[in-house]
Design a binder for this molecule. Structure first.
Ligand code: FES
Length: 278
């Protein structure tokens, strides 16, 4: 299932939901820019903070391209996502003043309580590979080898290590509980919270906001032409309230990281249905 975050597919809803509780979705940011050739050694650098920042270098004939990334946070749990880019730009310019930044982007990384991905069968005829937590080149390659063996009925030495239903590894239980407190916490907090505004008047073009009253909330987006789109803010996965992500213009769910377009269509699961129009 090439869906970033595994969807229900052929698994039962219970086992798909159980797998989902073992996955934590983080939003990660990066900026890229040119620097004069050999300004920085060709290596991978990262610091030991949490969340950590990293630098990668891509050599070209006439210049080097620097990618600077980090600022990870659980998806849907930060209001001012623009600040993540601002901090990356400021730090990169501080380290390499000559950099000419020309790109920025964000993506989601999926992590697991024990730090290893889940690669294996989770229902008859259904093989998942997820939770690479930023090590996609390595684990994606391992997953491809394991999927080949699974599909052709060959034994693979790593099956137990990466099994979806593997037994707990020391220290993982605490991480599991800590990551899963988000669901009840955000579910209650956001349902009873007062919306950001009671009218669409404050909503600028290209922006989104939770509007209405405590009991009747709407996720409202105004496009660049001024047209208003009104949606139910209730995430179609397990019912949390979505939040506007200003840096990416998406509705993000703080509970398990589903993401929706400004007009409600699903970008990333576990939600599989769009936000309902009002
Ligand atoms: S992603 Fe699970 S409730 Fe939204």
């Amino acid at each position: 299932m090439a869906t970033n975050n595994p969807l229900v597919g052929l698994a039962s809803v219970t086992s798909a939901t159980l797998l989902q509780t073992k996955l934590s979705l983080y939003t990660s940011y990066a900026v890229g820019g040119r620097v004069p050739s050999e300004t920085v050694p060709e290596a991978l650098f990262w610091d030991t903070r949490k969340p950590y920042d990293y630098v990668r270098i891509d050599r070209h004939p006439d210049f080097d391209y620097v990618i600077y990334g980090g600022e990870d946070h659980k998806t849907g749990q930060k209001n001012d996502t623009e600040k993540a880019y601002a901090r990356l730009v400021a730090t990169l310019k501080n380290i390499i003043p000559k950099v000419r930044i020309d790109h920025r982007w964000s993506g989601q990384v999926i992590c697991t309580p024990d730090g290893l991905p889940y690669i294996g069968e989770n229902a008859d005829y259904q093989f998942v590979a997820t939770g690479y937590c930023g090590n996609g080149i390595t684990f994606g390659t391992i997953a491809a080898m394991m999927a080949r063996d699974w599909a052709t009925g060959r034994k693979n030495p790593w099956t137990d290590l990466f099994a979806v239903d593997r037994k707990k590894i020391k220290g993982a239980t605490w991480n599991y509980l800590r990551e899963n407190k988000d669901y009840p916490y955000y579910m209650i907090k956001d349902w009873i919270a007062r919306p950001e505004s009671d009218s669409v008047k404050e909503l600028k073009r290209g922006d989104g906001m939770i509007i209405g009253s405590r009991a009747k909330k709407r996720a409202v987006f105004r496009d660049d032409q001024g047209k208003i789109f009104q949606l139910s803010p209730v995430c179609t996965h397990l019912g949390c309230i979505v939040k506007w992500n200003p840096a990416e213009s998406t509705w993000d769910c703080p509970c398990h990281g589903s993401r929706f377009k400004p007009t409600g269509e699903v970008i990333a699961g576990p939600a599989e249905e769009p936000l309902s129009p009002i």
